[in-house]
Design a protein around this ligand. Structure first.
Ligand code: GLV
Ligand code: MN
Ligand code: MN
Length: 399
């Protein structure tokens, strides 16, 4: 029996990123596969039966696989240079909660599964929560198979190299039927829980969010011989578009919009780029407002691009509506955790994708600075322990 802190400690060296700091554990890369192997070993040590389904989701069963089981879990992949807790905290807490339930002598009335979902962050193939989207049919399978990573590998090829049959990825009603209730514990990614008071909150909703790609095209050319007046430089347009994204979102209450990734093509110091790709992440509670926001950003981008002698296109890569977690399940969890505050989140989660199909809920563990998707993400040991106990209390009450 290991505590959640011991479990996290045992993976603290996996996938450290010496350049960015923090962890880079993209799906189906060596560190993420090492973490999955760690999970399988931990599950087997606990007598759980492990299987990987046709979408690459790992299930560790306490009791026989059955319809209507209680399921908990999270993910092990990370953003580039991410923190130690986003994902692994939920997986390690689930394992620790199984230990706690066994030490309490709990005899489950239904089976419990601990799951690990692949590509929650979308860091490699661009679509967040790819595993749960495939499971629920929330992504077209051909689109999924043809997603490409930065090296140009398709998801189909990478999945195949990792033991999946790309012909069989996609909606899995049998696997979905096994989820009677889904509870995901996750590090809080804002400052919703103060330094005093409860360390654990019950989730209420997830902000609607999506990803779009803006491609700005201009004239690739020589940095030394092209006069300033003769340029159609997409990088100059892209810089202004980044500012327009910030300004457009700042004018809209409750909106968030970010350009976190930008790639100049071909990308040379002495080369005026021929194209710059920017990825936009935009979020708002009202999906109609998000649509207006994207339209306003695209309008500004077209004007900026034209002013620089360039053109711009916009493609939606993924979208998730605002999600409200199952009220009855969340209420029941609130009763099991008296005094726990109720928190909405601006971050996306597999629980949000599953919520449209099965009763889903979330627990959040305090993150004092609120910093996440950064090496500085932090959870105090005592709060992580409180999270595992809270998850065990919830699972015991729901089993
Ligand atoms: C995932 O963490 C997201 O909110 O993008
Ligand atoms: Mn994340
Ligand atoms: Mn996460």
């Amino acid at each position: 029996m290991e505590t959640v802190n011991q479990l996290l400690d045992s993976i603290k060296d996996v996938g450290r990123d010496a350049v960015r700091g923090g962890y880079s554990r993209a799906v189906y890369t060596t560190p993420e596969l090492e973490l999955r192997q760690w999970f399988i070993e931990q599950a087997e040590q606990r007598g759980l039966d492990v299987e990987t389904d046709r979408n690459g989701i790992t299930w560790a069963w306490w009791g026989k696989p059955q319809d209507g089981a209680l399921v908990t879990g999270s993910h092990l992949d990370s953003v580039p240079g991410g923190g130690a807790f986003d994902g692994p905290l939920g997986v390690a807490s689930a394992l620790a909660a199984v230990d706690l339930l066994k030490s309490r002598g709990v005899e489950p009335r239904r089976s419990l599964a601990v799951t690990v979902f692949p590509e929650e962050e979308g860091s490699r193939f661009g679509v967040a929560c790819l595993g749960s989207r495939l499971l629920t049919g929330a992504i077209d399978v051909d689109k999924a198979r043809n997603l490409r990573d930065a090296e140009g590998n398709t998801f189909a090829d990478v999945a195949q190299a990792n033991g999946l049959d790309p012909r069989h990825v996609g909606r899995d009603t049998a696997a979905l039927a096994r989820i009677g209730d889904f509870v995901e514990l996750h590090v809080e990614q804002g400052r919703g829980l103060g330094d005093h008071g409860p360390a654990i909150a019950v989730g209420s909703s997830i902000l609607g969010h999506g990803r779009w790609k803006l491609s700005v095209s201009g004239q690739g050319n020589h940095a030394g011989t092209t006069l300033m007046a003769d340029r159609a430089d997409p990088m100059v347009a892209a810089a202004q578009i980044v500012v327009a994204v910030r300004d457009t979102a700042a004018k809209q209450q409750d909106a968030r919009a970010t350009v976190g990734r930008l790639t100049p093509v071909p990308g040379g110091t002495n080369v005026i780029a021929s194209r710059v790709d920017l990825w936009l992440d935009a979020r708002h509670p009202d999906d109609a407002v998000t649509a207006q926001l994207i339209e306003a950003i695209y309008g500004a981008a077209r004007e900026i691009a034209a002013g620089e002698g360039c053109s711009v296109s916009l493609t939606e890569e993924s979208y998730s509506d605002t999600v409200h977690f199952n009220p009855a399940l969340s209420r029941r969890i609130g009763e099991l955790l008296p005094g726990a505050p109720v928190l909405a989140t601006g971050a996306g989660h597999d629980a949000g994708v599953l919520a449209g199909h099965v009763p889903s809920a979330m627990l959040f563990v305090r993150n004092p600075s609120g910093i996440s998707h950064s090496p500085e993400e932090y959870v105090a040991d005592e709060d992580a322990s409180a999270g595992a106990v809270a998850l065990a209390d919830v699972l015991e009450g729901l089993l």
